[in-house]
Design a protein around this ligand. Structure first.
Ligand code: F6R
Length: 612
């Protein structure tokens, strides 16, 4: 999954030597959303490296061993998600070499660590942990022994490593520097005042600076308190000044601002996120729609929630533009490695822009000659960088692990794009397209209205669901991906087994599970499927299901058959997808809270999945 890295190096003028460890600990808390089971820090002080680390949550470990009191002006920190070696105090990062003069933190997987460990053990190195990461510390030690300077030893060590990584390394010989390298795992640099940062994600240092350099794949270098040295994949120094970007995220965006959880804050931010995303969409979909119209075939590729957004885009391209597109789950991309290529367009959707499966998929398709359009929330992240064209959602940082505002803004972008393709391709008149765009422009207001009217109702529903073992979510047409997303949300944060089905398919098996009280959530849009959905309600009710529905106004004949109804305005389905998503997010959120779980940090999940 995804570990979190932070490193800070500061001038001594930055106050007491324990201040930097406090900054590192706070940064680690900002990275908690990535998922972790242990945590640690290492600092250089008095010509020594001090390491404190342990299994457990940051707050628990800090209580035990005071991570935030470690002395030093150069400090690295890490939240670990176990891959090689069980979660334990010893396997927690940072890892050191035999001399204790080098400490390493790592996100990713070193594939050839077994061979390297054997080789190094034969040379007399003693390993303390079962991790793949520790080999880097010993490799650097080995190259240092041969008389290299730390940076060269680091570079030589990297050449031996196969796999994916974002590394942060400190060494007593160079106490002002943090060395770093990136391959297939995210890494960013923050430029502060007399203090520079490396981190897995921007929120880790957002409180101190908004000047950011995104480290690209296979780049490496080091930071000092007042400089950055960066080399590209060919070893050529990069003009770092040209690479600095001021990001428009504010520190408040990465705080809870009075909400009990990030997830509920982010659900409430959707009107703003949609409004920001709407700005400039006309321009940004222009080029992409041309590429789609010229394509031999169009594919979507993504994972998880982003895959559900793809299904909405895919549906609209078929229905509105008459383009037979297909959606692919990114971890299954290998099936298509020979069939997608020259002449095809692949639309990759990823809020983080770093999901490794999606990245691998587009690499293969691009190499085959396909053109890649990406939709992402993170400027300059790996997937946009490797795409021919990118459209950004402007949801702001999403800290809750469960995607909410990034999902609805993805749908907005894909809907806008489909409209543009349909209009340019002559399948919609200017007037028809304008009307649909007008309805999409209302999304922020409609979502505000739903939040104001339905928070109480959805809270009760969430609380009612808290004792259910399973639930079904049924939809048809464009409602199906929204049902899939609703079920995923309930599953991932409230740990209630939930499945979505095309409502028509539910009688071909799933209905066998329905018994009195079994919750079934119906998504009913103002579309050609409304009457069919009523049939599905009847079938489920006849088996005793507890029927919950999101339905359009003036559908009393449906409302009276439901046990609970959330009545929304009559909407064009193209904007209904966004609006209907919101009560489903709220239901899952309140079910999780009622069951006593932290929706921001669901067990076993990570925000950015950087391991295949
Ligand atoms: C679910 C969720 C995940 C992600 C998936 C893809 O709430 O967040 O299913 O959607 O891991 O992530 P991105 O969009 O970053 O590629």
């Amino acid at each position: 999954m995804a570990c979190g890295i932070i490193g800070v190096t500061a001038r001594k003028s930055q106050g007491s030597p324990s201040r930097i460890a406090e900054i590192v600990k706070k940064g680690l808390e900002k990275l908690e959303y990535r998922g972790y089971d242990s945590v640690g820090v290492a600092a250089i002080y008095d010509n020594r490296i001090l390491v404190r680390k342990g299994k457990g949550k940051i707050s628990e470990v800090n209580r035990r061993i005071k991570l935030d009191r470690v002395l030093g002006w150069t400090v690295i920190g890490h939240t670990r998600w176990a891959t090689h070696g069980a979660p334990s105090d010893i396997n927690a990062h940072p890892h050191t070499d035999c001399s204790g003069k080098i400490a390493v933190v790592h996100n990713g997987i070193i594939q050839n660590y077994v061979e390297l460990k054997k080789e190094l053990t034969a040379k007399g190195h003693r390993f303390q942990s079962e991790t793949d990461t520790e080999v880097l510390a010993h490799l650097i030690e080995e190259y240092l022994k041969k008389g290299n300077e730390v940076f060269h030893a680091f570079k030589k060590a990297l050449k031996r490593i196969k796999g994916s990584y974002a590394f942060g390394v400190i060494a007593v010989d160079e106490p002002d520097k943090i060395f770093f390298a990136r391959k297939d795992s995210p890494l960013v640099i923050g430029i502060g005042r007399d203090m520079n940062f490396i981190a897995s994600d921007i929120p880790a240092f957002l409180e101190y600076t908004r000047d950011v350099i995104i480290v690209y794949d296979e780049e490496l270098g080091y930071i000092t308190p007042d400089s950055v040295y960066l080399e590209d994949e060919n070893g050529i120094p990069v003009n770092v000044k040209m690479r600095i970007r001021k990001i428009d995220w504010t520190p408040d965006m990465a705080k809870k601002e009075g909400y009990p959880h990030f997830m509920i804050k982010e659900i409430h931010e959707q009107p703003r996120a949609l409004r920001d995303t709407l700005r400039g969409l006309d321009e940004s979909v222009g080029e992409a729609s041309k590429l789609i119209l010229e394509a031999r075939k169009v594919y979507f590729v993504a994972a998880g929630t982003s895959y559900h957004a793809c299904l909405v885009g895919d549906y609209l391209l078929n229905i509105l533009a008459g383009i037979p597109s297909f959606s692919i789950i990114s971890s299954e991309y290998k099936k298509y490695r020979r069939s997608i290529g020259e002449g095809d367009v692949v639309i990759a959707v990823s809020q983080s822009g770093e999901t490794i499966d999606t990245l691998m998929a587009i690499r293969v398709f691009k190499k085959n000659g396909a053109k890649i359009i990406s939709v992402s929330n993170v400027v300059d992240s790996a997937i946009p960088r490797e795409s021919n064209y990118t459209i950004y959602t402007r949801a702001g940082p999403e800290i809750g692990v469960a995607a909410t505002k990034t999902f609805t803004t993805q749908i907005l972008v894909l809907s806008w794009l489909s409209l543009s393709v349909a209009e340019k391709g002559g399948k919609l008149t200017e007037n028809e397209a304008r009307k649909m765009r007008d309805s999409l422009r209302k999304a922020p207001l409609l979502v505000s209205d739903i939040l104001a009217r339905y928070e109480g109702v959805t809270k009760k529903l969430g609380e009612e669901l808290m004792n259910s073992r399973s639930a079904f979510y049924l939809g048809r047409g464009i409602g199906l991906p929204i049902a899939m997303e609703g079920a995923l949300k309930l599953k991932e944060i409230a740990y209630i087994h939930a499945e979505a089905y095309p409502a028509g398919e539910s009688k071909h098996g799933p209905i066998a599970l329905v018994e009195p009280g079994f919750p079934v959530v119906f998504l009913i849009f103002e579309d050609e499927w409304k009457r069919h959905m009523l049939g599905n309600i009847e079938e489920m009710k006849a088996r005793g299901a507890y029927a919950i529905g999101i339905i359009p106004e003036e559908s009393e004949f449906i409302e009276e058959r439901l046990d609970k109804a959330i009545v929304v305005p009559k909407l064009k389905p193209i904007v209904g997808t966004i609006v209907y998503s919101v009560p489903l997010q709220l239901i899952a959120y309140y079910a999780a809270v009622a069951r006593g779980y932290d929706p921001d940090k669901p067990r076993n999940l990570a925000k950015t999945v950087t391991v295949e």
